[in-house]
Design a binder for this molecule. Sequence first.
Ligand code: C5P
Length: 328
Amino acid sequence: MRYWKYMKIIFLVLLSAIIVTLTVQKVPYDQFKYLMNNSLVEHLLHEEPCACGKHCLAASDDNWFSERFRDHVHPLLSLNNSVLSDNIFNWWKTLQSTKSKANYSQVIQKLFSVIPGEDRYRDVGPSRCRTCAVVGNSGNLVGSFYGPLIDNHDFVMRMNKAPVEGYEKDVGNKTTHRFFYPESAIHLDNNTHLVVLPFKLLDIQWITSALSDGSVKRTRFKVIDKLQTNKDMVMIMHPAFIYYVRTTWLHLRRSYPSTGFLVLMFALHICDEVSVFGFGANTKGAWHHYFEEMPKKFRRTGKHPGGLEHQIILELQKRNLIDLYAGW
Ligand code: C5P
């Protein structure tokens, strides 16, 4: 009799612990079912690195990935991390040399008087499951009907001037983040995050000016001088992050990574699950677009190591680290 009384107490204590844990971790019903099917006790004892059922990118134990992925290199510039080592600053200066003689620290100070300077997306943890769609501009999206699938992600990241209107069935209509540099800028609505890719100091001066007095009118050529976008949602990719992608992932090949590859790397760093759409050259090896005819001048992959980037994307897919949708 006494034995059963103790057993009942132990059972009730265990049950309460399970309910409290599930409530604190905000585990939804489908995940609760998943936990039940996958040894509940094991999951309660070992806290998951994120709340996605499938995989949690940052916690991957894949060796090939771990050799390249540097968790501590944050993709965004903030007031806390804006200092650049001489090594990186000197490399960055040569990237797209322009005549800017401005002082880096003053440029950064001015930047963060216009846009927020706080750290963002440092929220990885057991209660987060952030799914992201990275949408490149490849012509392989035409006829794909990926639209609803793309829109089904928490974050939908698009780049440069790629339009959505008129292409919804293939590319979706949700955009949470748009990435561009001054020469590929477009006006944005009030709810889209802008991530500027700075390939030179003048690019940071441009965004500061484009959100204030409009004094910078040219970079490498004439650019938008007054940008419509929500200042509070503007972010800048960290030059040290571009350097890391070029050195650690691309082994210094060609001048610098493509916009698409940088966005994919950004997503690997801030998302738990990443799906990739709109990447891939045409049969002639050229980067064609889903929204325009191929320009007369034959354009392969520009200054970017397109072949190597593609191999890496395929490797990430092979290792089940991303879901690659290859289009048509
Ligand atoms: O051409 P654009 O740079 O605007 O395209 C955005 C990105 O999409 C590229 O930087 C590249 O990474 C990717 N892309 C691709 N295949 C194409 C076109 C673009 O992988 N055919």
